[in-house]
Design a protein around this ligand. Sequence first.
Ligand SMILES: [Fe+2]
Length: 337
Amino acid sequence: MLQIKRAGHSTLTTPDIERMVDYFTRIVGLNLVAREKGRAVLATKSGPEAIVLEHGSAVDAPRLSFQVAPGSDPGELVARLKRAGIKCERRSDITPGIREVVTFADPKGTTLEIFADFGFAPDDPTFTGVMPLKLGHIAYTCPDVQGLVKFYCDVLGFRVSDWRGDFFAFLRCSRDHHTVNFLRDDRAAIHHIAFEVRDWSDIKRASDLLAKSNIKLTWGPLRHIIGHNIAIYHQNPDGVVIEFFCEMDQMHDEELGFFEPRPWHQDRPQRPKVWGDDTLSNWWGPMSHSPNRTNAAATKPSAAAAAQFAAIHRTPAAAPARVRNEQKKSRPKKSRR
Ligand SMILES: [Fe+2]
């Protein structure tokens, strides 16, 4: 088994790479560290690479990198994977910061790129956009969540933090409540990409920046119940859902086995568990309540709330036209002061 320590970068394909470079630098506030024909590499201002853009006819997220312990021998990683019956290969110089990876496919078809050593991107002195701390988590849909969870735990060393029913799993590889999450759906696809920001004031600043850029929030601000993170969601120009979050649950000590309150929890202590199907998506914010909370049925989202939830499930290909239309409608008329 490998022992993943953190997510590296997500590789996204896009039909319009210039538009996405503009979005990730000017809105998200990443640092452009490499730009080649049909390809761009972006890092957070603090140095770790977070997003690789590649030109493609369809919007997709075909690859995801993870870091194992620095100094790990790639040859030994290959041997371990082969003993587990996994076909893999070594590749080199995939980004400016990553010289060597071992790659293989996970059961839903995403290519994983495992690296041990990493060079931080050079300092970017500009102060632009949201400027998240790091790539926090990546969520996917897939038909067989149970099989995928078993693979991530058995092969990559992830631990299960929580389940919602039997259809939504949250897995951790570090203190963070989740670095990947998997939601059952007929189709394997990217669900959303989440960046961690410092605190609630950064969420407020991000909301203002998005509004000023004519990008509407599709959900939030809110505090989730599973993971307890404060979050906002929007769609990028390709229709991929992007989350900014802070205050996610942390498990500081695996032996103690409970999450640190941030700032409080429903259970005392809050341990990994299976939450009921009827658990609300968030404690406050949109979908956090209904007109009659005393009625058992009221714990289920209203039709309007369900529509909001569906908005973040929208497939990327279907989203851009809708987003552009909504943003066009929301632009102030020129005749106004
Ligand atoms: Fe998320």
